[in-house]
Write a protein that binds this ligand. Structure first.
Ligand SMILES: *[C@@H]1O[C@H](CO)[C@@H](O)[C@H](O)[C@H]1NC(C)=O
Ligand SMILES: *[C@@H]1O[C@H](CO)[C@@H](O)[C@H](O)[C@H]1NC(C)=O
Ligand SMILES: *[C@@H]1O[C@H](CO)[C@@H](O)[C@H](O)[C@H]1NC(C)=O
Ligand SMILES: *[C@@H]1O[C@H](CO)[C@@H](O)[C@H](O)[C@H]1NC(C)=O
Ligand SMILES: *[C@@H]1O[C@H](CO)[C@@H](O)[C@H](O)[C@H]1NC(C)=O
Ligand SMILES: *[C@@H]1O[C@H](CO)[C@@H](O)[C@H](O)[C@H]1NC(C)=O
Ligand SMILES: *[C@@H]1O[C@H](CO)[C@@H](O)[C@H](O)[C@H]1NC(C)=O
Ligand SMILES: *[C@@H]1O[C@H](CO)[C@@H](O)[C@H](O)[C@H]1NC(C)=O
Ligand SMILES: *[C@@H]1O[C@H](CO)[C@@H](O)[C@H](O)[C@H]1NC(C)=O
Ligand SMILES: *[C@@H]1O[C@H](CO)[C@@H](O)[C@H](O)[C@H]1NC(C)=O
Length: 534
């Protein structure tokens, strides 16, 4: 049978559109990929009752693919399709492949039933290129934070649309910092930030049937230096001469910053950490650290540390113009000085309390000299001079002794004592230094220099006027006090008498006896007119 003559009426039937009982085909659009197969699915489940089945391809003109007559189980495949199709005689489904771009077009299935009814269906095939070689390329090999505009272009072979991933999540563009062009394969990142491209970024090229991923892309974005941090140890801005100064510097930067230290505006050392041992006054000045990133070409300077090196105060001493101070007469000048270091403040304390200057107590303007005019005894005490500067405090003490007196010379003791009683007479005087004492009894010098005169057993001869003279060996002043002691002898008999007393009494008794005897004798010689001695 002539093939052409066979299919033309079928084609005519098809183009007339004679579908009466629903669609023959499952879909009217289908996609395939170059090199892969595609199957046109039908709703037919059996060819029973069908006279002819034909598949045609309609591009510029209608071309036959296959005709099938179930009654004779005859299939007729066009030469062009031999080896490229497979046909299911039960379902009438047609598989085509490997696909070429030229296979794109409309495929028509037409059937004629034994009863003579005709029906047809069409499906449009779109043939897509396979996705291969998905790649991201960058306009820059490396970028500088905030300065570079990075343009990433995704390229691939085949037909597709594009998607981007940032890490594992879809990349979102904000339209200003990040932008995608209309085709979606050009990602522009203006003023790139260090974290923008660390995702890593992945481009996906995909079509309805398949997709391809690019290799993860990351780009080093140089940044910094920033967050420059310097430390100074010790942290004080005033340092003791001889101490060690340690300076450290760090900055956040990629690539790592070059760090260098500046001293009074000039470069000191190209190092992050420096130690200046045994600092001297000449090391005083302004220290700062500068960080430089060779890629970003940015310099950042740390705050300036102003360091002042001072000699510590030591060997503080108080010297006195004179050590012999006499109340009411002497003027003293105390001078405070340090063997090393310069004092910024000088403070004086007396007996641990701040010294209050007065008309007599005068501090020099530099407060280093303390002059006390006409000292009084209350000026005596512990003087302290405290010298301070920014690095330390040093102090010295001085004990001030004021000689005065004697004053208030007193003699004390029991004034009336009995015979053989213990007697203590005490002489006292207010005096610095202590006075020495000279004693007298009834104006006669006694051989005593102690403050206390002690008589174990008083006797009559101890009665009298005692005089104590206090003599201050430094002031040379002396003062006296007197004291009358009476030793009572009455009642001595009861207690036994001394030999002399007994003798006196015996003599007195004898005298009385003799006198009485003479009177009696004279009274017996009555004629004689011897006048009585009484
Ligand atoms: C594609 O179709 C050809 C020819 O019909 C066949 O040889 C091949 O096995 C099919 N491939 C697949 C994956 O079905
Ligand atoms: C035709 O399709 C039917 C249903 O899908 C299947 O059972 C049968 O094996 C197919 N026949 C051929 C020759 O592929
Ligand atoms: C998007 O960018 C790509 C690559 O630069 C370019 O080929 C394409 O034409 C651009 N698309 C549009 C719509 O500008
Ligand atoms: C990717 O995500 C990170 C945070 O996860 C974000 O900082 C970065 O800006 C994103 N990159 C882009 C190009 O949007
Ligand atoms: C991306 O990052 C990985 C691991 O972090 C690294 O090995 C690789 O060299 C980076 N690629 C680029 C282009 O920087
Ligand atoms: C250190 O800096 C201060 C102000 O910051 C300035 O007054 C001083 O002169 C500087 N000293 C030197 C030695 O440069
Ligand atoms: C950063 O950008 C400015 C102008 O936008 C340019 O002058 C400068 O050289 C750039 N910096 C670097 C390190 O490229
Ligand atoms: C006290 O002594 C210092 C040092 O010797 C001297 O400079 C100062 O003038 C003296 N002051 C008086 C009031 O004498
Ligand atoms: C001292 O004088 C008193 C009275 O003048 C006299 O009683 C006493 O005996 C005298 N004492 C001595 C030791 O001379
Ligand atoms: C007091 O000072 C005067 C002169 O300054 C001196 O002549 C006199 O001896 C002094 N007195 C004492 C008790 O030192």
């Amino acid at each position: 049978m002539d093939f052409y003559n066979f299919w033309v009426p079928l084609f005519i039937l098809a183009t007339l559109g004679c579908c009466s009982q629903g669609s023959l085909l499952l879909s009217d659009k289908i996609k395939g990929i170059v090199g892969k197969n595609v199957t046109f699915k039908t709703t037919i489940t059996s060819t029973t009752g069908l006279l002819t089945i034909a598949w045609n391809f309609n591009k510029e003109q209608v071309e036959p693919i296959i005709t099938h007559i179930p009654s004779s189980n005859n299939t007729n495949i066009d030469d062009k399709y031999k080896g490229r199709i497979s046909y299911n005689t039960t379902t009438c489904e047609l598989q085509l492949g490997p696909l070429m771009k030229e296979d794109e077009g409309e495929y028509i299935l037409s059937i004629v039933t034994a009863k003579g009814t005709q029906q047809s269906g069409q499906v449009d095939l779109e043939v897509l290129e396979p996705v291969t070689d998905v790649k991201i390329s960058s306009n820059l090999p490396e970028a500088i934070e905030f300065n570079s505009t990075v343009i990433l272009t995704c390229s691939a072979k085949g037909s597709f649309s594009y998607k981007w991933l940032n890490g594992s999540v879809p990349l979102e563009v904000d339209g200003t910092h990040t932008k995608l062009n209309q085709t979606g394969n050009e990602l522009t990142i203006t003023e790139v930030r260090r974290t923008d491209l660390r995702g890593p970024i992945v481009c996906i090229a995909e079509n309805a049937l398949e997709s391809g991923r690019s290799a993860p892309f990351n780009l080093t974005v140089s940044y910094g230096p920033e967050k420059i941090a310097m430390t100074q140890t010790p942290t004080d801005s005033f340092l003791k001469k001889g101490s060690n100064l340690v300076l450290t510097c760090s900055a956040d930067s990629d690539p790592p910053a070059q760090l260098r230290w500046m001293f009074n505006g000039a470069e000191l050392l190209q190092m992050a950490n420096i130690t200046i041992p045994n600092v001297e006054e000449k090391d005083s000045g302004n220290y700062s650290c500068v960080a430089y990133n060779a890629k970003t070409k940015r310099n950042v300077a740390s705050p300036v540390a102003l360091v002042t090196v001072l000699e510590a105060l030591s060997g503080t001493n108080i010297s006195s113009s004179t050590s012999r101070l006499i109340a009411g007469n002497s003027t003293v000048n105390l001078t405070c000085s340090a063997a090393a270091g310069k004092a910024e403040t000088v403070e004086w304390l007396k007996d641990s309390k701040p010294l209050t200057p007065s008309g007599r107590v005068i501090l020099s303007t530099d407060k280093k000299s303390l002059t006390i005019v006409q000292v009084v005894k209350e000026d005596a005490g512990d003087y302290k001079c405290q010298m301070k500067n920014k690095v330390n405090m040093d102090e010295a003490s001085y004990k001030m002794v004021i000689s005065y007196g004697p004053e208030n010379v007193k003699l004390e003791g029991k004034k009336n004592v009995k015979f053989e009683e213990l007697v203590e007479i005490k002489c006292s005087a207010e005096s610095v230094p202590l006075s020495v004492y000279a004693w007298k009894l009834n104006g006669t010098v006694m051989n005593i220099s102690q403050a206390v005169y002690r008589i174990e057993k008083a006797k009559g001869t101890d009665t009298g006027t005692y005089t104590c003279k206090a003599i201050n060996p430094v002031t040379g002043m002396e003062k006296e006090a007197t004291f009358n002691l009476a030793v009572t002898e009455v009642g001595a008999v009861d207690e036994g008498l001394s030999g002399g007393a007994i003798a006196g009494i015996v003599i007195a008794v004898l005298v009385a006896v003799i006198i009485i005897a003479c009177i009696i004798k004279r009274k017996r010689k009555s004629g004689t007119d011897i006048p009585s001695p009484y």
